[in-house]
Ligand binder design. Structure first.
Ligand code: NAP
Length: 331
């Protein structure tokens, strides 16, 4: 690993991140990250929140209200922060993310976790088909092109299994009420998934690592390893068939009770695209999820994932499935 060794730093310089700003600290992903950061007892968390926001934050979180149209408002909120984590609503204007990143660079925030939280954006065909990659890669490039004082770490956690399973037919294909499921091909293609709490845990562990390696030559992980690179984590590597087995275990049903439809992911992608072109936003979800089930999708090896290296606690698949099924049935 290239970079600065902790022993080269002045004695007063800390080798750990302390001040963390979170955008979306009350949101779907950000709330779990915030809770886990507070739990470490090592981090001061500041919620960066819009002037007009009605979000509320847990005790112990400092609040910085910002005006996205005022650069100084953003830089003031970032000054003194060691890391900026962006978990912003997917429909928020992309320029708001750019503004945050530019402000963080101007305020010399050393680490940014951009608004990614999904795929690793390494495959240009997938990036094109999901219409996501270009904007994500542009943010990474913006940081690299402007400074060496700020680095990005892209958290690639795959699908949120809890959120996605509960979302129903448009994602992993499950219609719990009517006991129907749409499998991509034979339902055995595996995808990497995390859960919202798991990603919270992963980010808190990541930002609790020593920034630089020590000189002892040990193999302990440090944050510098992830400078301008991808931090891959996953709780599960599972197929739709595995998901259905878990659903059957937690609901006490049997496979014969379910109607299984088979469709190629390519055909499902086209269905989703048509819906999206007719302004049905669910169609976008169908496009997005089906695209990751193409047999041609390049698959990363397990050793590219940091879960074991960081000692993350794996959740129980069936416990998460149970929560997701209950949530879906409440809707
Ligand atoms: N891996 C997966 O399966 C998966 C699934 C869904 C989403 N994602 C990704 O995860 C990221 C975060 O999603 P999330 O569900 O956690 O977000 P979210 O809860 O919907 O929103 C997070 C925060 O965004 C802020 N926000 C909302 N509208 C905004 C606007 N117009 N302008 C600026 N800020 C706005 C709000 O913060 P304040 O009120 O405090 O300002 C909100 O709490 C997104 O990039 C999304 O694409 C991943």
């Amino acid at each position: 690993m290239a970079g600065v060794h902790a022993d080269d730093q002045p004695a007063s310089a800390s080798n750990h991140i302390k001040n963390v700003a979170v955008v979306g600290a009350a949101g779907g992903q950000g709330s779990y990250i915030t809770a886990e950061l507070l739990n470490t007892g090592q981090h001061n968390v500041t919620a960066i929140t819009r002037l007009e926001s009605t979000s509320t934050f847990p005790n112990g979180v400092s609040i910085a209200k910002v005006d996205y149209d005022e650069h100084n408002s953003l830089t003031d909120a970032m000054r003194g922060q060691d890391a900026l984590i962006i978990t912003m609503n997917a429909r928020a204007p992309q320029e708001s993310v750019t503004k945050l990143v530019e402000a963080a660079i101007d305020a010399n925030v050393p680490w940014i976790l951009p608004n990614e939280w999904g795929y690793d954006y390494t495959d240009p065909d997938v990036n094109r088909d999901t219409m996501l990659g270009d904007s994500q890669l542009a943010i990474r490039k913006l940081i690299e092109s402007k400074t060496t004082k700020t680095a990005w770490i892209a958290v690639a956690c795959g699908f949120w299994y809890d959120y996605s399973l509960a979302a129903g037919v448009s994602t992993f294909g499950f219609d719990f009420e009517n006991k129907k499921v749409t499998f991509y091909n034979d339902g055995t293609a595996k995808v990497y998934c995390s859960t919202l709490p798991y990603v919270g845990q992963a980010v808190a562990k990541l930002l609790s690592l020593p920034i630089s390696a020590d000189r002892a030559g040990n193999e302990r992980p440090c944050l510098e390893e992830y400078r301008n690179s991808i931090f891959r984590v996953h709780a599960f590597h599972i197929s739709q068939e595995d998901m259905l087995s878990s659903v059957l275990r937690v609901t006490g049903g049997k496979e014969g009770d379910w109607t299984i439809r088979h469709v190629t992911p390519e055909a499902r992608y086209v269905e989703g695209k048509k819906m999206f072109e007719q302004r049905d936003m669910i169609g976008y979800r169908v496009m997005l999820y089906s695209r990751y089930f193409y047999p041609s999708l390049p698959v990363k090896e397990l050793e590219d994932y940091s879960d074991a290296r960081l000692g993350l606690n794996q959740p129980s698949l069936d416990e998460v499935t149970k929560l997701a099924v209950d949530k879906a049935m409440e809707k």
